[in-house]
Design a protein around this ligand. Structure first.
Ligand SMILES: C[S@@+](CC[C@H](N)C(=O)[O-])C[C@H]1O[C@@H](n2cnc3c(N)ncnc32)[C@H](O)[C@@H]1O
Length: 229
């Protein structure tokens, strides 16, 4: 997907994301549970904060002095400031953002799969990580949304992270295929590029789905990466 398509999709779904993304919410909680809570972080950088699932976890559970959050969508600022009004928000595409500082925690939830070269971004992060600092990120593995690839032959290529510390498989079940497609739309994680479906086509795909899996479901494959400096 192009950057502008990512931007349009997430911008549209920002207000509905919070109530429709239980997996990403749990991922934010799990990620923060893996981080040292006794430490006082001098400077935290959060990448792709969205409506603030991870911001909420970090600001309520970690001790820190400075918190910087980034997202490509300007509206995210008003969502995250409700968790700490001193957060510095930097709007822009993180891939081209010029980092000026060092951080002792760089954290991100469910964003890295949208980057063109996640390894390059990890290298960039390690150059801005202070001594004894930590990079903590979640993303998705290759089994994520595999049903969409098999049935519709669409989807993004998920990055191949080698050193993840934890991997989960979570399934969400839906009554109809229309409900599943609405879930994808409301969370912005729309892997189906403007795919127009007539009533007849929808039924055809629904039958295919039931034939293959016995139910209408979507698999999430969260992965967790922790890198200590
Ligand atoms: C699935 S949402 C995750 C939001 C949040 N991290 C959470 O914990 O729920 C992905 C977020 O990444 C942002 N994003 C995607 N590509 C980006 C980029 N290149 N630079 C900055 N933010 C980006 C989107 O705008 C969106 O808010």
């Amino acid at each position: 997907m192009t950057e502008s398509l990512v931007l349009t999709r997430f911008k549209k779904s920002l207000s509905t994301y919070e109530d429709n993304a239980p997996i990403q919410k749990q991922m934010a909680k799990n990620l923060v549970s893996m981080i040292d809570k006794n430490k006082i972080y001098n400077s935290i950088l959060e990448i792709g904060c969205g409506s603030g699932f991870l911001t909420k976890e970090c600001t309520s559970k970690l001790k820190y002095v400075k918190y910087t959050a980034n997202d490509i969508i300007p509206d995210c600022e008003k969502y995250i400031l409700k968790y700490d009004n001193k957060i510095k928000f930097i709007c822009g595409d993180f891939q081209t953002l010029n980092l000026q500082e060092e951080y002792d925690l760089i954290i991100s939830n469910a964003v890295f799969q949208w980057f063109k070269s996640p390894d390059e971004i990890l290298n960039k992060l390690s150059r801005h990580l202070s001594k004894n600092g930590t990079i903590a990120i979640t993303s998705f593995g290759e089994k994520n949304f595999y049903e969409l690839k098999e049935i519709f032959n669409v989807g993004i290529k998920y990055p191949e992270f080698k050193n993840f510390v934890k991997e989960d498989i979570a399934e969400i079940e839906f009554k109809t295929l229309k409900e599943l497609l609405t879930h994808i739309k409301l969370t912005g994680v729309n892997a189906i590029k403007n795919y127009p479906l007539t009533k007849g086509k929808l039924k055809e795909f629904e039958n295919k789905y039931i034939e293959k899996y016995g139910k209408i479901k979507l698999t999430y494959n969260p992965i967790y990466i922790i890198i200590d400096n």
